[in-house]
Ligand binder design. Structure first.
Ligand SMILES: [Zn+2]
Ligand SMILES: [Zn+2]
Length: 174
């Protein structure tokens, strides 16, 4: 599976090539990353151009990321998708250029999209995933789920805003 994400460059001279396929979660391109997928990465794209002029690949990728909320640490699965527009230019050295510009060997018969698609997916992985916008997390002291309930801790001693309230409490007024 997944071999259909390798473009047969010789066919491009006749007509644009439509590619569709999956990158399995055990593809070697994922090794060394700490990304865990919930299933495969799904890709559909159209390639056109020629080895000498360059090859345009337009399409979309869709995958599910297994992670955890950075605030409450609950397991979390996120759907990640992106439309992309990549140019493989024989005059560009591999590793040079911006996110959408890639080099490739003009003498090659095939263009394997998978390493580039994995790289793009990794760039879409959020650094601070949250289970819900504004998840308040848990209080590090009393463990209260701050999205569900008020924290049970006494106000921090160092917060001067609570000074007057503490004074009232000490006098037995509240
Ligand atoms: Zn959360
Ligand atoms: Zn607390």
């Amino acid at each position: 599976m997944g071999a259909v994400l390798v473009i047969d460059i010789r066919r491009l001279s006749e007509a644009p090539v439509r590619v569709e396929g999956v990158i399995a979660d055990d593809h070697p391109g994922w090794s060394g990353t700490d990304v865990e997928l919930g299933g495969s990465l799904n890709v559909e794209a159209t390639a056109e151009g020629s080895p000498t002029r360059g090859i345009w690949v337009r399409g979309s990728l869709k995958g599910r990321l297994k992670t955890a909320c950075r605030r409450c640490l609950e397991p979390l699965e996120l759907d990640i998708s992106e439309s992309f527009h990549m140019l493989f230019d024989p005059k560009t050295a591999e590793g040079e250029g911006d996110l959408d510009l890639y080099g490739f060997d003009a003498g090659a018969d095939e263009l394997d999209l998978r390493p580039h698609l994995i790289e793009r997916f990794l760039l879409l992985v959020p650094a601070f995933p949250e289970c819900a916008a504004g998840c308040a997390g848990y209080c590090a002291r009393c463990g209260a789920d701050l999205s569900e309930e008020e924290c049970r801790c006494a106000p921090a001693e160092s917060d001067p805003r609570w000074g007057p309230l503490r004074a009232l409490k000490a006098e037995g007024e509240i």
